[in-house]
Ligand binder design. Structure first.
Ligand SMILES: C[S@@+](CC[C@H](N)C(=O)[O-])C[C@H]1O[C@@H](n2cnc3c(N)ncnc32)[C@H](O)[C@@H]1O
Length: 315
């Protein structure tokens, strides 16, 4: 839906207050109806008691994005673009069982959507970190207060950090994104942990890349499980899917061994190697230490010191 100039004028005059957006009072019926459609498509909901469209995050941020984009996608368009097909609860439970997640474990959900998987993980006592591209969905997870952290952003751009006991995920599938997401997510599992993901059935294809992926999963002792054809029916998707479990062996993702201290050079060591360089000084009859441009103070002070150049020459 494009934002036309009359709607832009109305939105320019809107007042934002936290999650509330109030439109200017003097809009015509038709103009209001169209602006209302735009705001609802952007995730707002008119709440009569507040006289405002209420969003799940700062209304000013939503408005700025809306005006900058010059259009708003309908919920249907956004769903298809984001591949936002929430995982139905029975499948979520199956994925968590497959990952063998235990209470107290740290788990990452890297394409968390509205939190269907993350919420059940937290309900089982896991400590859950979420990443989600869509700001509204991320705000919904934050509002649920079950995740330890929620990052709004592109998971594929986040550097790998093998710190999680498990990753449980249902990434977008279109254009083989599921493979890219899963391969990236493997880098977030600590040695000995596991990754469980829903993937499109296309993963069973014959391209060399897919064959290599499946062989690697097999080598690691992982498994693929075909999911029922209607696994996502309640989310409005008819895609055939599989669940994959990838155990991350101890030698993969292991941190590099600590650096050994350098082997001491036992040969050719001099006192200088053990402390500060020796200053020139008198010790009984001996002149010790290298004379430098400051001379040899003990001798010089008594008036019979050896001139610097001779002291150096006599040694
Ligand atoms: C199939 S939905 C699954 C949502 C959730 N995992 C679930 O199981 O209900 C995929 C989600 O991935 C998000 N997504 C797509 N690309 C992403 C990316 N690069 N980084 C983070 N999230 C992404 C979409 O916005 C969408 O919410």
């Amino acid at each position: 839906m494009k934002i036309r100039s009359a709607e832009r004028a109305a939105l320019d005059g809107a007042v934002c207050d936290g999650r509330d957006l109030r439109l200017p009072a003097q809009l015509g019926v038709e103009q209001y109806a169209r602006v209302n459609r735009l705001l609802v498509a952007a995730g707002g909901r008119y709440v009569p008691g507040r006289g405002a469209h209420v969003f799940e995050r700062e209304a000013a941020a939503v408005l700025t994005e809306l005006l900058a984009a010059g259009e708003v996608k309908t919920i249907r368009e956004r769903t298809v673009e984001r591949q936002m097909f929430p995982t139905p609860t029975p499948l979520v439970e199956r994925l968590i069982d497959l990952a063998q997640v235990r209470a107290g474990q740290a788990v990452l959900e890297p394409s968390a959507g509205d939190g269907a998987i993350a919420e059940r993980l937290a309900a089982r006592g896991a400590i859950v970190d979420c990443i989600e591209l869509d700001a509204d969905s991320a705000a919904r997870i934050r509002a649920g207060e079950y995740a330890r952290s929620v990052v709004t952003g592109d998971f594929l751009k986040r550097p790998r950090r093998p710190v999680y006991d498990a990753v449980v995920m249902n990434p977008p599938f279109a254009g083989r994104q599921d493979l890219r997401h899963v391969e990236h997510a493997e880098g977030f599992v600590r040695p000995g942990g596991a990754l469980v993901a829903v993937m499109g059935n296309g993963i069973t294809g014959d391209s060399p890349r897919l064959v290599r992926f499946r062989q690697r999963v097999e080598r690691l002792g992982g498994e693929f499980q075909h999911l029922p054809a209607d696994a996502f029916r309640e989310s409005g998707a008819r895609a055939r899917t599989v669940a994959v479990r990838i155990p991350v062996p101890v030698e993969l993702n292991a941190p590099p061994p600590p650096r050994m201290p350098e082997v001491p050079k036992w040969q050719g060591l001099t006192p200088k190697d053990f402390g500060r360089p020796e200053r020139p000084h008198q010790d009984g009859l001996f002149l010790l230490g290298d004379a430098d441009e400051l001379g040899t103070p003990p001798f010089d002070a008594l008036g019979f010191g050896v001139p610097l150049h001779q002291a150096v020459a006599q040694r």
